[in-house]
Design a protein around this ligand. Structure first.
Ligand code: AMP
Ligand code: ZN
Length: 121
């Protein structure tokens, strides 16, 4: 598979080598529930291609980036989020990114969400 990093957790989830509670997958992207949810509904949308974060993207990634965001509302509705949701992308050290494979967090639930930014270290 192009852009597969065998040492990357999310590459391995995308490849089916590590189990995850998937909610969607196609040739380009995979979505699965976060193992440590920060909201009643919390899933991640990732590209299959190993891209560390937004610093690793260029003009050639525009369609892929559009797909990651473009499918978010459909998947959110399918997970019962029809009254709003939050999108978070933790990008790089200052944002305390933990998994260096680009991912879009989708968070929601019945109650209004508090700010999702991580506290300063
Ligand atoms: P970030 O801090 O933006 O890099 O977020 C990484 C997210 O990946 C965290 O919310 C973790 O709970 C989540 N995560 C880590 N390992 C797994 C896994 N095996 N399956 C699903 N989610 C995971
Ligand atoms: Zn990866």
């Amino acid at each position: 598979m192009s852009g597969h990093d065998p040492d990357c957790l999310f590459c391995r989830i995308a490849a089916g080598e590590i189990p995850a509670n998937k909610v969607y997958e196609d040739d380009d992207i995979v979505a699965f529930h976060d193992i440590n949810p920060g909201a009643p509904v919390h899933f991640l949308i990732i590209p299959r291609e190993h891209v560390r974060n937004l610093y690793d993207t260029d003009d050639g990634h525009q369609a892929l980036l559009g797909k990651l965001f473009g499918i978010s509302s459909r998947l959110a509705r399918e997970q019962g989020l029809d009254d709003g949701f939050r999108i978070v992308v933790n990008n790089g050290r200052i944002a305390r990114q933990e998994v260096y494979h680009l991912h879009v967090h989708v968070l929601g639930g019945p109650e209004p969400l508090r700010a999702a930014a991580k506290p300063a270290p």
